[in-house]
Every structure is written in C-alpha cells, then in structure tokens.
Design a protein around this ligand. Structure first.
Ligand SMILES: Cc1cc2nc3c(=O)[nH]c(=O)nc-3n(C[C@H](O)[C@H](O)[C@H](O)COP(=O)(O)OP(=O)(O)OC[C@H]3O[C@@H](n4cnc5c(N)ncnc54)[C@H](O)[C@@H]3O)c2cc1C
Length: 491
C-alpha cells in the first residue's frame, strides 16, 4: 500500500482579472460575480484568437490521445478540441457552438462510461485544464475546477486533515462525478459529493455566467445536483470539507459464499456511518498480500473505508471478520487519499462492459446466481460490486436534490473490461446475464453508471417527480438541447 503524497499546486481558479477578460471579449462575462449576463458577437472566424486556451485540430501529433476518454470502447472524431483555460473560454465556445449550430460535447475528467465526452463532427470542449483549487481550512470550504480529479483533490485537502466525498477511483473528474451525484468512500459518513456542494459557477446554454446556490436560482441548483450536466457547464464547484484525520482502509478477502455475501451486506448496513464498504465479487488477483495458493480464488473482496476513531473502526469490522477465515486481511490506518491505491488498476483506459442498478435487497437465490455467474466470467478482471449505501447519503430527503435514489440499501455495479474489441460481445453477454440475476430487486439506476442504454434507463435514474422537474428546468435553461451529449433529458 503506497501513501498518496499531495502533488498538485494550489492555485487560484480564475487568476485573470475582469479587465483582462474584457480585453478578449466584447462584453465582459465577469464569471466570478453572481447572475451576470454576457451577450457578445461570437465572431466564429476568430474563435481561436479569442480563447486564452488553445484549439487542437485533427492532424496534431497529440490528437488521438486528446480525443479519447477513459473508455476506449468509443472512438470519437471531433471537429476540434477546445482546451478551455477559464470560464470566459467556456462561454465563448458555447456561444460559438450555438451560433454556428455546431454540436458541442463537454469533457472534464473523461471517464464517461457512455463516451459522452466526445462525438463525431462536434466541438469537444475539454475542461481538463480547469483544475485549480483553493482551500479555506478554517471555514472548511474548497473551490475546485471541474477538471480536477478526485485523487488530486483528496491529496490537497488531506494536507489540512480534510476531505470531500468523491468516487472510488482517483482519476475520475470532479465535473461529471459531481453533476451525477458522486458515490464513494465517504458516502455513509458524509453523503454524496453533491451533499457537500455549496455553490456552482456555471455557463448556461446562452453563454451566460452564473453562480448558483441555495439562494440564487435554487431550482437550478437542485437540478445541478444529479441532473448530469444537462443544464449547463460548471466551471467551478464550492464544496464543504469534512474532518477525515483518522482513517482506516484496506481489504478483507473472504471466500465467496452465499453466507459471506449476505453477512457482509448485513454488517455493512448495520455498521455506524463511519464505515463505507464496497464488497466486490471477483477472482483474487496476484497481489503481494495474497498467498500464492489463493490467487484466482473466487472471493468476496470487501473494500473498507472507515473514518473516525480507529479502535471503533476495528470493532465495526469484527462482524465481517467473524464470517469466515479470510484469504487476506490488510486493513490498516492510512491517510485517506491512500485508499485510492486499492482501485489503481481501474485508472487505466480500457474497453468496458458494465450495467448497474440500485437494489431493494439481495436474496439468497440472487446471491447464488451471482456466484454461479462469476464461475463463467469472461475475464479474471470481471467483477460485481455490491456497494452498501445508507448512512448520511440515505438521510437526505429524496426531493432535496435531483439525485433522488436515497433509500435503496445497495447498488450493484457489474463490470467487465478487455483490451480486445473482438471479445466485447462476450463481455456484454455476461454483464447482461448478471444484470438479469439481480433485476427482480432493481429499483432504478445511478445516472453516472449508465452506459448508452436508451431513454427508459435515463428515466429510471430520476424517479417520481424528479424527471418532470428536470424537464421543466431543461425547457427553461436549454430549450434547444445544446447540452445533449449526456444522459439526456429532452426539453
Ligand atoms: C473507472 C471508473 C470509476 C468510477 N467510479 C465511480 C465512483 O466510485 N462513484 C461515482 O459516483 N461514479 C464513478 N464513476 C462514474 C463517474 O462518476 C462518471 O463516469 C462521471 O461522468 C465521470 O466524470 P468525468 O468528468 O471524469 O467524465 P467526463 O467524460 O469528462 O464527463 C462525463 C459527462 O459529464 C458531463 N460533464 C462533465 N463535466 C461537466 C461540466 N463541468 N459541466 C457540465 N457537464 C459536465 C458531460 O455530459 C460529460 O459527457 C466511475 C467511472 C469510471 C470510469
């Protein structure tokens, strides 16, 4: 287990003064003030000249790397890649796309499973450069750009003993993760990423720059927290930080049996909020802490994250350790960002098949179906996460944010990856068969774990009146559906 050292420079997100901005745009967007409208002639011919960032065109030696995201299943051929340097660049590009009727895709960290960050014959607006971060440790508030990754954010915040909940993988971008919800290592302790979101600076489909929060455009702020980028482009997040000075993390690998599956899920739900588990059915990989005779064994691998008193954390794990003799047990105190080393292999770009679902329960026949299915998995890396939810994320009222799946106790994520395109159909078939096993307990889907699965599945991400509220917001803020390369809510 390696320790994650803070590695990013802490910088201001918008170092440019408004007077400099107005030199570049005929109307100053003043992106850091609240509710300021911009309405400049986009002058398409000089888009490149009017950007502080740069534009990459096909033929550039870095083109292929720049156009591809984490999921190599998709291979978009955009018209151009705009690398935004600031909010003004985002507004300029939005106005350009509108007025030239050019499709526009948005990319922050590039981890869209559906490959929505890029599309053929579209402008790819790359926000990866907007990765500045400021931290006010006294107020416990951070401001962060959408291009920042969860790992970089965690490392910078940890320097103050603080953290904001993000996902489970270090390379995922704040942009897409936050706008869908953000379910990660601290979900039961401190909720979703959006539960710590205090304000967002954004560019609307009109190229207008706003700062929205609970008092300014509260309905739009509601929709941003789960609406998945349908309503505008966020250029800066203001996030609450939490005390995560004492942290226990690691892995307990148990034999994969019906009893261990049910026992781990029950223990995870009954545990104090400080404990978040990502129990994962997989074959044990050849890692230093796995004895040679256990490599390849089907296992219930419990990824453990505890924040709080270390002894209390060990006590919370006792019911899991009592379930069966472990193949491996390497849970230990560590700095919070070190937990990302557990998912380091997932940071590598790959071709993926995946299906996900919130679950109302997992009965014995489903557990047996999953065990049986794992025996026929198409690759040693195929896995099924059975994430334990509840805790702080479950206590937020369902109508408080556009992420409304607050009550399911579990979320299943079935993932199978390959570098061989010819093998994808086999992976898809297996993933589909595992999804069928748990379908009877399915109770909606997390928008950020959707592939390209069609409008009905997008609808399933937004239960009750949530979808109708989002449609109303979409009609108001993006009636022409400029922001449509996403899990789309049609106006
Ligand atoms: C390996 C891996 C692990 C993951 N683990 C988790 C996890 O533990 N928890 C979890 O909650 N999710 C997880 N996810 C899902 C992840 O949250 C989504 O894929 C998310 O959309 C990725 O965000 P991104 O910025 O990296 O991706 P991008 O591809 O850059 O963005 C995805 C989409 O979000 C929208 N978007 C992005 N940035 C903005 C913005 N600034 N303004 C407006 N719209 C924007 C766009 O529609 C874009 O197409 C994981 C994904 C992967 C591939």
């Amino acid at each position: 287990m390696t320790t994650w050292e803070p590695s990013i420079a802490i910088e201001r997100i918008h170092p440019m003064s408004s007077s400099l901005l107005s030199d570049r745009l005929s109307d100053p967007p003043a992106p850091t003030t609240t509710h300021t409208t911009t309405s400049t002639d986009p002058r398409p011919a000089d888009l490149m000249r009017r950007l502080t960032g740069n534009v990459l065109l096909p033929g550039d030696p870095t083109w292929d790397e720049a156009r591809l995201g984490w999921s190599r299943r998709w291979s978009p051929q955009p018209l151009a890649i705009v690398r935004a340097a600031d909010t003004a660049d985002v507004a300029t590009t939005v106005r350009f796309a509108r007025e030239t009727d050019t499709p526009l895709t948005i990319r922050s960290g590039g981890h869209s499973l559906a490959g929505h960050g890029g599309a053929d014959d579209a402008i790819l607006l790359d926000l990866g450069g907007l990765r500045g971060m400021t931290i006010d440790p006294e107020a416990r508030i951070a401001q962060a750009g959408p291009g920042l990754t969860g790992g970089a954010y965690a490392a910078a915040a940890q320097a103050h003993g603080l953290a904001t909940p993000h996902g489970d993988t270090s390379t995922v971008g704040l942009g897409g993760l936050t706008l869908g919800g953000g379910i990660g290592w601290l979900a039961r302790a401190y909720g979703l990423t959006i539960d710590s979101l205090l304000a967002a600076e954004m560019v609307t489909a009109d190229g207008e720059c706003l700062v929205v929060d609970a008092d300014h455009e509260p309905e739009l702020f509601w929709g941003l927290r789960g609406g998945g980028g349908n309503l505008g482009i966020v250029t800066r997040f203001t996030l609450r930080l939490h005390d995560v000075q004492r942290f226990l993390g690691g892995v307990i690998a148990l034999p994969m049996t019906r009893a261990t599956i049910q026992g781990v899920l029950a223990a995870g739900l009954a545990a104090p909020d400080g404990l978040t588990l990502i129990p994962t059915l997989m074959h044990l990989p050849p890692l230093p802490f796995v004895a040679a005779e256990h490599v390849g064994m089907p296992s219930m691998v419990v990824l453990v994250a505890w924040t709080g008193d270390i002894e209390a954390g060990q006590r919370a794990l006792a019911p899991i350790r009592a379930l069966a003799p472990a193949y491996a047990d390497m849970v230990a105190p560590m700095p919070y960002p070190a937990i990302y080393s557990l998912t380091e292999p997932a940071t590598q770009p790959t071709m993926d098949s995946s299906r996900s679902s919130f679950l109302s329960h997992l009965d014995d026949s489903m557990a047996e179906g999953l065990i049986e299915g794992m025996a026929h998995a198409p690759s040693p890396e195929s896995m099924i996460q059975l994430r334990v939810l509840g805790g702080a994320m479950g206590r937020v009222p369902v109508d408080a944010t556009a992420f409304a799946h607050r009550t399911p106790p579990f979320m299943a994520v079935i993932i199978s990856t390959t570098d061989d395109a010819a093998r994808l159909p086999a992976h898809d078939a297996w993933v589909g068969s595992m999804a069928d096993v748990i379908a009877p307990a399915g109770t909606g889907v997390y928008v950020n774990f959707l592939h390209r699965e069609g409008p009905e599945r997008v609808r399933a991400a937004y239960p009750g009146t949530t979808y109708d509220r989002l449609v109303a917001l979409k009609r108001h803020w993006d009636p022409t559906n400029l922001f449509r390369w996403n899990q789309n809510i049609a106006p």
